[in-house]
Each structure stands twice: as C-alpha cells, then as structure tokens.
Write a protein that binds this ligand. Structure first.
Ligand SMILES: [Zn+2]
Length: 470
C-alpha cells in the first residue's frame, strides 16, 4: 500500500481555533484541557467518524510547538482516507538507542446519543468526572502523550533517547484499517523503538476512591477459536445405534471440561503473584509464593484456581462457548459442531494447543480445527528493572505508597502487533479508575478529572526517566 503524507489541505480543513500555546499556569494544564477536549470532540466512531481529522488536529498542536514536517505528519492510505493516524519524533542525542514509542489509539467504540445521558461526543465535566466516549479508552492517554510531545518541544528538552509518538485508528473495530498493524508492516522506521508504552492496565481505585494498585500490563493472552466437529451417517431416530454424533460431542466436551493445561509463568504473572502475595496474605498469599517457586505445586494451583481470574492467569484456557447440531427432531444427527474458545498463554503456538485438545478429546470421530487466521505466538516481553524501575520511581513520586503490580491481560490490544514486530510493548494508562473501569466501551464512559491530571503528571515523569536514562 502507498501512504500519503498530508500537509496543507487537511490542515486548513481541520484548523482549530485554540492551539496549545505554552501557558503561564505552571505545568500547562489549561493547554492540555484544550487539546484533550479537541481530541474527544473529534468524532472517531466507526460509523460516521474520521480519525484522520482527529490526527490532523493533534498534528496542529505539534506543529505549533515547533515540530517540522519531517518530524511529525499524518498518514493514511488512499483506500481508507478517514482511518489515518499520526507519527511524530523527537530525536535523542544517543544514536545507539532506538528510544521509546508512545502508542495510543484514537478511534472509539460506537456510542449512540439516545442511549447516553449526555452527548457522547461532547466533553462534559461534572461531579469531578469527564464524560464522553473515549475519555478513558484511549483518548485520555492519546492526549497525555501528544501534550507531552508538545511540552518537550516547547520546553526545549533535549532527551538522551529518542521518543516517538504514534496515534492510530482501527484498534476497536474488526475490519477497520489498523494503523498500528500497518505501521509495523509498512513503516516500522516511523515507530521503531527499544520498547513501547501503550494502553492496557489502569490503576485501581476502591469504592471510596482510594488508590489500591497501579497495574502494568506486561503480557496479553492470545485469542483463538477452535471448531470441534462430530459427524455421523445419521438415520431414523426410531432405530438408534450406539454411534451418535451428539453423544460423541457430549463425551468430547466433558473430556475438555475435565482437562487442564499445565501451569505456566512469565515475567508478568510472576511479578503479579509476587506483589499480590503481599497484598492478599493468608492462604492465598502463601499459595502465590509457592506457585512461583514451583509451577507443579498442585495444592497451590488448586487453591488459586478457585478464582476464575487466577486460574486464567496461570495457564492456557479453552472452554466450549457455542454448539449446534442435529437437523430434525426425529432423525439421528449427522453433524454436531461446537466452538471452543481458547485464551492461549503467550508464546504457545496455536498448533500445540490444537494437539493438546486432540489428545484431551481422544476420539478420532471428533475433529479439532483452528478457526480463522491463527494468532502470532509471540512470547510476552521481558519485564526487567529497566522497565519496572522507572515506573516504580515515578509512582513513588506521584502515587506514594501505591504498589506497582504487573498483570497479564486476557484481552488484546494493538500491543500484539508491535510486540510481534520486535518492539516489546507494555500497557499502562498511568491513571486510576474505579471498579467499573470507567465503563469503557459502555454507556456514559468517564474518567476522574483529578485521575487524568495525575496520570498526565505521572506519564510525563515516567517518560522523562526512560529518556534520560544512561
Ligand atoms: Zn482501547
């Protein structure tokens, strides 16, 4: 595919009256608010939105701060003109380091005005919350990253390491042009970095709004469906035989239910259980310590696996989610199909999982096939002190006393593409949300005003620490 670098036409079209001039109020919160509002109020829904316009508006801020055409530009492909994004770079003095990539998506999940209490594409500030589609996922972070690039430039900051920004479209909606994937395939030079920060894990607030943990996502499970199929010649149900496709499938699914994948650990889950052991304490805490020491500890596994979340963090899981079979109430079934949804521990090939399922089913009459394009089997990135140290240091300043907890998410983000392309990607929004996770993808999405401002402070400090490090 060909890429177009837009400069003038869209700039006029999307010109915004309020650009972020450096303000006198200290850390530029007023300018950030302008930028954030502008991004949130740029409609980027799949049905009638335009990511390219949103990207252009963010580019205007970067240009006003002094980025040249070669250091910041909008990109899109001719066949998907409204699904563009933006890349920018502030070069560091250390030419040996590839630096840090700040990756955020600017598309959002569809939001219907009639379902929401307030217009979802207007930024409302009420009760200490910002309300609008995308405020938490992921325009809050996209605005924080863009604002940070603006500030670095206007402050005359000369980083030791290079910092790159990529705002992309198509993360939320299957079938849209995925900017992050496209960049890894077509223009890795625009985003190449030693590692990337991306969306992923939020800090957690309890019911009283008190900070509990600052999470960092350092691994993502891999989504994969399998089709189980049992076939039979069928016949008249008045003359049943022992062989029966529904019975075969029943046995197969019961065997699947009884089957467990072995316990696996990576840096993310090891870090998670190490930190959670301190927070949980008691029997569960001890079991967490034991499972890190010995993944084959069956007692610890059994205890922890009573929690569906911990069970899922310890292994690949596969579960039957849909079934269809038979064709008439008075006929022996000819075909039964079941969908088995797997969440694969990162780094495990899809074929390895398929073979394990075949062995668990143990019946040649039930076939097991992977559904759709198999996902990449990229191991989770390493989570060493080089990544974690600065997060803990920035958290100690902005969120004193709050433990940093690595996690492995069961969902997926664009991090799968950048990690697979050799840019280890870590997910942290850097701000805190409550139990409802800001109702992202749902109604009345929101984020605390103070939370977002603190996230902005935290991210600014964190990124500077990464960039200044020897
Ligand atoms: Zn997102």
């Amino acid at each position: 595919m060909r890429v177009i670098t837009v400069v003038s036409a869209l700039a006029l079209l999307a010109a915004s009256p309020a650009l972020s001039a450096p303000d006198k109020s200290g850390d530029g919160e007023a300018a950030f608010r302008v930028l954030f509002k502008e991004l949130v109020e740029s409609n980027t829904q799949p049905s009638n939105g335009d990511c390219t316009v949103a990207a252009q508006r963010m580019l205007n801020h970067l240009k006003a701060a002094g980025y040249s055409d070669s250091d910041a530009h909008v990109f899109f492909t001719p066949d998907r003109p409204k699904e563009g994004g933006l890349v920018a770079v502030l070069k560091g003095t250390d030419t040996k380091s590839k630096g840090v990539l700040l990756l955020a998506h600017i598309d959002v999940v569809e939001a219907k005005r009639e379902d929401w209490t307030r217009d979802p594409i207007t930024l409302f500030e009420e009760n200490g919350q910002f309300y609008a589609r995308g405020v938490a996922d992921d325009k809050g972070q996209a605005a924080i990253f863009t604002d940070l690039m603006v500030r670095f430039k206007t402050e005359g900051y000369k980083p030791r390491r290079t910092v790159r920004l990529a705002l992309t479209c198509g993360e939320e909606t299957e079938g849209m042009f995925n900017g992050a994937k496209w960049l890894t395939e077509e223009h890795k030079d625009w985003i190449d970095a030693d590692f990337a920060l991306n969306e992923g894990a939020f800090g957690k607030l309890d019911d009283n709004g008190k900070r509990v943990t600052l999470d960092i996502e350092a691994a993502e499970k891999v989504y994969q469906d399998f089709t189980f199929e049992a076939t039979n010649t069928g016949g008249h149900s008045s003359r049943p035989r022992p062989d029966n496709a529904i019975t075969d499938m029943t046995v197969a699914l019961n065997r699947l239910a009884a089957f467990e994948f072995p316990v696996m650990l990576n840096d993310a889950t090891r870090g998670y259980f190490r930190q959670m052991a301190k927070i949980e304490g008691g029997e569960n805490g001890a079991a967490m310590v034991n499972i890190i020491a010995d993944p084959n500890d069956k007692v610890a596994d059994a205890l922890l696996s009573k929690s569906p979340m911990w069970h899922a963090m310890l292994r690949t899981t596969c579960v039957a989610t849909m079934i269809e079979g038979g064709h008439a109430v008075n006929a022996l079934p000819q075909s039964v199909k079941a969908n088995v949804n797997c969440r694969i521990f990162p780094g495990t090939p899809v074929e390895t999982v398929r073979q394990a399922l075949i062995a668990a089913v143990g019946d040649a009459k039930v076939s097991v096939t992977a559904f759709g394009t198999p996902s990449p089997a990229t191991p989770a990135p390493k989570l060493g002190r080089d990544i974690l140290g600065p997060i803990e240091a920035a958290a100690a300043e902005v969120y004193p006393g709050v433990p940093v907890v690595p996690t492995m998410e069961t969902g997926a983000s664009d991090g799968i593409y950048t990690t697979a392309a050799g840019i280890p990607t870590y997910g942290l929004y850097g701000f805190f949300v409550g139990e409802d996770e800001g109702n992202i993808h749902g109604l009345n999405e929101h984020v605390g005003v103070q939370s977002l401002m603190e996230g902005r402070r935290f991210t600014y400090k964190l990124v500077k620490m990464y960039l200044d490090r020897k």
